[in-house]
Every structure is written in C-alpha cells, then in structure tokens.
Design a protein around this ligand. Structure first.
Ligand code: NAP
Ligand code: ZN
Length: 346
C-alpha cells in the first residue's frame, strides 16, 4: 500500500476536508500517475450529497484527472514515465464479456467508477482525483495530446466525452440543427464540439447573461428559457437537443422544440424524477433518450479530435482548499465554465 493525500467528505453533505488513505500497490498492468489537475463536475456534488443513493464514504471525488506517469508495471506497453495522461469516470469494466469489442463498456455491468466504487475483488474503495496520485490499469488510461494544456484539458475526461458521445451517436454535423440546454461545464463543451463537428448550434440558457461567451464558443444562436417567446419561436426547430441541466425541468416543453423524428438526449442527471405527458412525444414521432459518458476508445478519439481542433474547456483554476466554496458557486450556476483544481496546492 502507498499512502495518498487527498480531500474527502466523511458523510453525505459533509464539507470536503484533508484526508489520508491507502492506494493499492501497482500490478504488472498498472500505471502510477502523479495528478496535476482535476476538474470539478456537477456529478461530484450529487455524489458527495448521496443524491443518487450510491455513494460510499469517505468519498474522494474527482473524475476529470490529468497528470504525468511516474511508474509503469512490467506488462505496460503504451505508457512510460513522463507521459501526459488522463483518467475519466471509470477505472475498470467487465472484461469477460465482449463489451470492450462493442465499444460501449460504460453501459455494461462490472463497470468500476473512478471513485465510490470498489477495487476489483477487494473491499478497498476507489478514490478519485482530488488527490496526489493514483494507480490505474493501463487500459483505462488516456493519452493527452501534446497540444493541449493539462489544466484546461482535464474537463474533457468527463464533460468533453459526455457531450462528444451523443453528438457523434446522433450524427451532429453539417446540415443538422443542435440545441445545447444549459451552458455549464458540460454545456459549454457541447457548444464547442458541436460547432467543430459542423452543426448549427443554439444555446438555451436560463438568461442571456452568458450570450457573448456562448457565441464566442461557437454558438450560432442563443435564447433565454426564462422568456416564454423562446418556446414559440423555436417550436419544431431541432434535430437534436442535449439537456445538460442538473435539476428537474419540464422536459415536455423542450421536446416540443424538436422537428418530426428529432431526439432529445438527457445527459444532465437530476436527483428528482420528472413526469412526462405522452403527447410531448407522439405527434412528432419524437425520441427521448439518455447517454452516459463514453467508452475508452471513444474518449481517446475525442481527445485526439480536441487536439486537432484546439478544443479545451474554459476554466477557473482553484486551490484545493477552495473546493467547498466552488461547490456552493456551482449549485448557483455561478461557474464560467469549469472549476479545475491545481493539485500542487494539496
Ligand atoms: P454545471 O456546470 O453546474 O451546469 C449545469 C447547467 O444547468 C448550469 O450552468 C445552468 O445553465 C443549468 N441549470 C442549473 N440549474 C438549473 C435549473 N434549476 N433550471 C434550469 N437550468 C439550470 O453542471 P455540469 O457539470 O455541466 O453537469 C450537469 C449535469 O450532468 C449534472 O446533473 C451531472 O451530474 C450530469 N452529468 C452527467 C453525465 C453523464 O454521463 N450523463 C456526465 C457528467 C455529468 P444556464 O445557467 O446556462 O441555464
Ligand atoms: Zn463528471
């Protein structure tokens, strides 16, 4: 066991405080990573609060991790000491079924989350990226393109892939109208990626306060959802609408903005259930779908795409002792557009 330093919440809704814990010894197929930066995802807030009922305490959050390799096991072939790497939302998955070949291992049983899971075959909890180092199987480590800085690239490991995957799956590209609902961490990555893929992009935000930023990120249009006229003007407009909102909404109102055969994809994961009138779907043969992060293969493809197009997150760097304040600001949608922890402040 190696001693690691990090920040943890001891119980549901407790503040994050300094925490020392054990990391497992590296195996032959493991990579040891000195963590340099970690993004702060809204899922970290849901998980610290046990909002989805699956949290394991003490909880060390963080699944938008970038760092540098400090050691590799004897069977590791793709990485060496000094490489710039990333780790996203999971660190292991089912290897006995053909999941990896299907390139959708994130949907298979056996997925082991980066934090609040358990190390395979053990009762040692997995602890996330708000820490100084981690030990990860080679197959779950991503390569960060040289052109991307490690701080602003960190949010690509969750926010980036969570938007890239549905944009690709539902064929966002030239000739397609795409709406991104919510301009937070996920949403702002969605705007940049959908624009780079060639789609016509509309932001739907609560107000127009971030309009200038949204247009600079690549949006073609920007509307406030607090204005009832928005729902009249945009009725029947979109091929694809991706909802990144962390709170429960009237999804029916947004389904009505889809064209016939359009799809609304939920990536935002509110803690409360929502009700839905069937007539929000029936008259337009519309689809309501969900999507969760992306496979390892797709995550590497997204990182390479971002490397080629110079896409990173817009970040506000914080010291680790500012994390509780950052959570409070995120709850109020007061973030432009991702907090990233500088782990040298640990
Ligand atoms: P975030 O940075 O806090 O952004 C969420 C945005 O939603 C806010 O910036 C705000 O945008 C809008 N919003 C928040 N509360 C709202 C409300 N009451 N009514 C209307 N709009 C509201 O959060 P995030 O990190 O992007 O994560 C968003 C959600 O995605 C979370 O639920 C998170 O757990 C989930 N998530 C899912 C996956 C997945 O694989 N599916 C992966 C990562 C995260 P405006 O200010 O522009 O209105
Ligand atoms: Zn996340």
């Amino acid at each position: 066991m190696a001693i690691a330093k990090g920040y943890a919440a001891a119980t549901a809704s407790a503040p994050l405080t300094p925490f020392t814990f054990d990391r497992r010894e590296p195996n032959d197929d493991d990579v040891v990573i000195a963590i340099k930066h970690c993004g702060v995802c809204h899922s970290d807030l849901h998980m610290v609060d046990n909002g989805w009922g699956q949290s394991v305490y003490p909880i060390v959050p963080g699944h938008e991790i970038t760092g540098v390799v400090t050691a590799v096991g004897s069977k590791v072939s793709r990485f060496k000491e000094g490489d710039r790497v990333g780790v996203g939302c999971f660190v292991d998955s089912c290897t006995t079924c053909a999941a990896r070949d299907l390139d959708r291992e994130q949907y298979m049983p056996g997925l082991i989350l980066t934090y609040s899971g358990f190390e395979p075959g053990s009762d040692l909890p997995t602890y996330g990226g708000y820490s100084d180092h981690m030990v990860v199987k080679e197959g779950y480590v991503l390569s960060i393109p040289d052109s991307l800085p490690l701080d602003a690239a960190a949010p690509l490991l969750c926010a980036g892939i969570t938007l890239y995957s549905p944009l690709r799956h539902w064929n966002a590209g030239p000739g397609k109208t795409v709406a991104i609902l919510g301009l937070g961490g996920l949403g702002h990555m969605g705007v940049k990626l959908a624009h780079a893929l060639g789609a016509e992009v509309t932001v739907l935000s609560q107000t127009l306060s971030k309009q200038e930023d949204g247009l600079k990120m690549g949006a073609d249009h920007y509307y406030a959802t607090s204005d009832p006229k928005t729902f009249e003007t945009l009725a029947g407009t979109f091929d694809l609408l991706i909802c990144t909102v962390s709170a429960a909404l009237d999804w029916g109102a947004y389904l009505n903005l889809l064209k016939v055969d359009g799809t609304m994809v939920l990536v935002g994961a509110p803690e409360e259930p929502a009700t839905l009138n069937a007539f929000a779907l029936i008259p337009g043969r519309r689809t309501l779908a969900g999507s969760m992060i992306g496979s390892i293969k797709e995550t590497q493809e997204m990182l390479d795409f971002c490397g080629e197009h110079g896409i990173v997150a817009d970040i506000e760097t914080i010291a680790i002792d500012q994390i509780n304040e950052a959570y409070a600001r995120m709850q109020k949608s007061d973030v432009r557009y991702r907090f990233v922890i500088d782990m040298s402040t640990l």
